[in-house]
Design a protein around this ligand. Structure first.
Ligand code: WT7
Length: 647
């Protein structure tokens, strides 16, 4: 029986970095990338020492890395403060009056904060935290929409050495309660409400519910955002704007050990209990600083927009800390991409002159579905670089992104990483590495990935296996908060000395990495292991298909049968022949083995608010069961009913 993950999707298109992009880029050629990469692997101390010198340190480090596997300490003995690196150090030159943060609310308000202004707000709020007895090392939950105050709260915590844990604004009271219990947070920062598709999400009400049963939280600071009516509990709740009246703007950054915890971010594990991923100060800052610099090649004149919500790791690393550490201008948008119309993103890009756009494949597929006419209404010629993150991007979606959004002139950086890795791990350098649609290409500096089989041996070209990382890296998670054993077991026990990513992948003959999805998403059809993402990509390549999700269903004969859930593009007709046509289409593009046994058309797929398709739910629907278990992260509940009702 076959044990490796087979790959049948062959991608022949290659796109070289555009000449003018290349000329201006920090890394200008494949040879330059390879030279730096070699150094980063052979002499990591030398490489990281040089990069770390670009940051502001209060006390120099004694050792670059202390590695007692699987526990790492980076820049041992060094002291610094992240908020100082993101703010204060830009105030001594022309960046003082530059826009640090541009913001648009869903209803349409606009705000701009210069570095000087953002620094002032962070200092004032730092003093508010202190006034409310929040001290170095205390855990603080942040439950806010994507508004400037989210960045201000994060940076203010970092400034005084408090550890923030941002809880995504789409999560329920239960999720807040679990995270408070696990982190032992003593304070919570929230807003009265937030806007989503024109309605108000009652954030404070969710908080009240979470705190009902008695928790470690003693203080709730409430920012007035939506003006909806809320209850303020005397002795526990205070208004953000009222608190500001009692403080000044003098709040020096506390010097913190390089390994001082910066934040805990919860991510779902396969067992259901969320894992508190712990990131610390010096190494994390270096990781996001360097990737922002080399992967997005960010310049002073750029207007950079990462569309992620601050509640996800992408929002931490590439909305807030990465761009600000580089003195960039970061744009934040509060709401949905199709509010009030499906062209909101393109309108924002045109109005602000966005030059770098970083978004997710799920969004890209939605745009394809909504039709090109929405894009064509706007001038997107300010764009010079595009990024993708969150899941494998289907080659056809990649091609559309390149042509329709990038006008054929912008390189695409498909960036593979995880909450756990803190920063981008596998990605093209836009001025150096030729891209292939659907591949995250080659490792970032200092990253040593490999594709291995069950016993840990590296497999040959185009053979699928498990993706591991064989060296520690500066922005790696340090532990699962409060659970060292789970950290060891989950990530470091299967292959000695290597980090297990949980993703399946293959490497092609050029050494390019192709991520085929989570190991749990791999199907076994008649003894052939197939990555669901390849079948999905084949389906999406069909002209009528907007989005596809493939799951397995137990099958007596084949082990697993392939079930495809498909949504159609706006213009496509659901003809009686379409099912057969799609099955044959997959047969032609991948092979008969991958032909879906069942094709189900749906109006929408069940997704988390971060855009990940909830395959567990689809699996249950595919096997005719009723949906059970946790659905708190599901964005749109009505999808479930419609899916089950559909044949
Ligand atoms: C998982 C991590 C990284 C920030 C957002 C998600 C998948 C992520 C890619 C990519 C293929 C990708 C992986 C990974 N993933 N980026 N460019 N190509 N797959 O963070 O929630 O921790 O999820 O997302 O499966 O393991 P996360």
């Amino acid at each position: 029986m076959e044990t490796h993950i087979e790959s049948h999707l062959v991608e022949k298109r290659v796109f070289k970095p555009p000449k003018d992009f290349q000329r201006r880029a920090r890394i200008k050629s494949l040879a330059q990338y390879q030279k730096m990469y070699r150094e980063s692997i052979r002499q990591p101390d030398k490489f990281w020492r040089r990069e770390a010198k670009e940051l502001t340190w209060h006390k120099p480090w004694k050792r670059v890395l202390e590695w007692k596997a699987p526990f790492a300490k980076w820049f041992v003995g060094g002291q610094l403060n992240i908020s100082e690196n993101c703010l204060d150090r830009h105030l001594t030159g022309p960046r003082r009056n530059k826009a640090a943060l541009l913001w648009e609310g869903e209803p349409g308000e606009k705000r701009t904060l210069t570095y000087q202004q953002l620094h002032r707000e962070v200092c004032r709020f730092g003093n508010v935290l202190k006034r409310n007895n929040i001290r170095k090392g205390d855990r603080v939950i942040i439950y806010l929409p994507t508004i400037p105050e989210a960045a201000i709260a994060m940076l203010a915590c970092a400034r005084i050495g408090a550890v923030h844990s941002v809880v995504f604004g789409g999560f329920s009271a239960d999720s807040i309660r679990d995270r408070i219990a696990d982190s032992g947070a003593i304070a919570l920062i929230t807003a009265d409400g937030s806007y989503r598709r024109g309605t108000i999400v009652p954030l404070k009400k969710n908080v009240d519910e979470a705190l009902q049963s008695g928790t470690s939280v003693k203080r709730v600071i409430v920012y007035k955002r939506a003006g909806n009516e809320i209850h303020m509990k005397e002795g526990r709740d205070v208004w953000w704007h009222r608190e500001l009246e009692y403080v000044d703007a003098n709040c020096p950054p506390v010097w913190l050990d390089s390994e001082h915890p910066l934040y805990i971010l919860y991510t779902s594990g396969s067992t259901g209990k969320p894992k508190g991923i712990l990131h610390t100060t010096g190494g994390y800052l270096l990781g996001i600083y360097c990737t922002m610099k080399y992967v997005f090649d960010v310049r002073d004149e750029d207007i950079y927009w990462c569309t992620a919500d601050v509640g996800w790791v992408t929002g931490h690393s590439y909305v807030v800390y990465g761009p600000l550490a580089n003195g960039g201008t970061t744009l934040m948008y509060e709401g949905a991409p199709n509010w009030p119309e499906p062209d909101r993103f393109w309108k924002i890009i045109e109005e602000h002159g966005v030059t770098i756009l970083y978004t997710a494949p799920t969004a890209i597929r939605a745009f394809i579905r909504w039709g090109d006419a929405w894009v064509k209404k706007h001038d997107l010629s300010s764009l010079r670089l595009l990024g993708s993150v969150g899941e494998p991007i289907n080659p056809e979606a990649w091609m559309w992104y390149r042509k329709t959004i990038g006008g054929g002139r912008c390189p695409i950086v498909d960036t593979w990483w995880q909450t756990e890795t803190g920063a981008i791990m596998i990605t093209p350098m836009p001025g150096a590495i030729p891209t292939k649609p659907g591949s995250a290409t080659l490792p970032f500096f200092g990253v040593d990935p490999a594709v291995v089989n069950e016993v840990g041996d590296e497999v040959g070209p185009n053979i699928g296996g498990k993706l591991i990382l064989r060296k520690p890296w500066p922005s790696m998670l340090r532990t699962i908060y409060g659970d060292k054993e789970r950290y060891k077991k989950q990530y470091w026990s299967e292959f000695k000395g290597s980090y297990l990513t949980g993703d399946g992948a293959r490497r092609d003959k050029d050494g390019y990495f192709w991520i085929v999805g989570r190991i749990d998403d791999v199907l076994n059809v008649a003894g052939h292991r197939l990555g669901t993402s390849e079948i999905e990509s084949a389906l999406v390549a069909h002209d009528a298909v907007a989005e596809a999700a493939v799951v397995g269903r137990a099958d007596d004969l084949k082990g697993q049968a392939v079930v495809a859930f498909v949504t159609l593009k706006g213009h496509a007709n659901l003809t009686p022949r379409l099912k057969t046509e799609l099955r044959d289409f997959v047969g032609v593009h991948i092979g008969a083995i991958a032909k879906p046994d069942e094709v189900r058309f749906a109006e929408a797929l069940p997704k988390t608010r971060s855009g990940k398709i909830m395959r567990r739910l689809l699996k249950e629907i595919a096997s005719g069961q009723s949906v059970t278990g946790d659905t708190t992260t599901l964005e749109d509940f009505s999808v479930l009913g419609r899916l089950s009702a559909e044949e």
